[in-house]
Ligand binder design. Structure first.
Ligand code: FE
Ligand code: FE
Ligand code: MG
Length: 165
């Protein structure tokens, strides 16, 4: 634990750790949703969609790492078991039962929009009390915004392809 790091945050440290653990649950579920989605994806532009899903999976894992490091600095305990992911998640998990690329994109866009809200709330919570976590949340939210746009661009390309056929 970073004793001074925790002291700087003050009385809200435990509540902040809880928010960070909830975001950690989201990141792991998002990671798996992307990772398994990339394996099962089928339909037009499969290669482009799969590449984007795999890239995002890697980036969600990086977000999980950032969250764990901050939780530890604040003297918290990161979620230790996958069973906690479902209990703690804000954004849930969309099972890719239908592997069609259009459905996967739709499910993952929903996840990204939820993630953007989660980090926006984390920024609001930390802005006045913890600039370090605030900057981290901003960095992650910037990635989530990029993720949303990447997936929507693929959706647009599919739509254009349909119109031109
Ligand atoms: Fe993420
Ligand atoms: Fe994302
Ligand atoms: Mg991308």
């Amino acid at each position: 634990m970073g004793t001074l790091a925790r002291t700087l945050v003050g009385e809200d440290a435990d509540e902040l750790i809880e928010l960070l653990n909830k975001a950690l649950a989201d990141e792991w579920l998002a990671y798996y949703q992307y990772w398994i989605g990339a394996k099962v994806a089928a339909g037009p532009m499969r290669g482009a969609v799969t590449a984007e899903l795999e890239e995002h999976a890697t980036e969600e894992l990086e977000h999980a790492l950032m969250l764990v490091e901050r939780i530890l600095q604040l003297g918290g305990t990161p979620l230790l078991s996958p069973s906690a992911w479902y209990d703690m998640t804000n954004c849930g998990y969309e099972t890719p039962e239908d592997p069609y690329v259009g459905v996967l994109l739709e499910q993952n866009i929903e996840g990204e929009q939820c993630a953007i809200e989660v980090y926006k709330e984390l920024m609001d919570f930390t802005e006045a009390i913890d600039r370090v976590t605030y900057e981290m949340a901003l960095t992650i939210m910037t990635d989530e915004i990029e993720h949303e746009e990447d997936l929507q661009a693929l959706q647009e390309d599919m739509e254009l392809m349909k119109q031109r056929q």
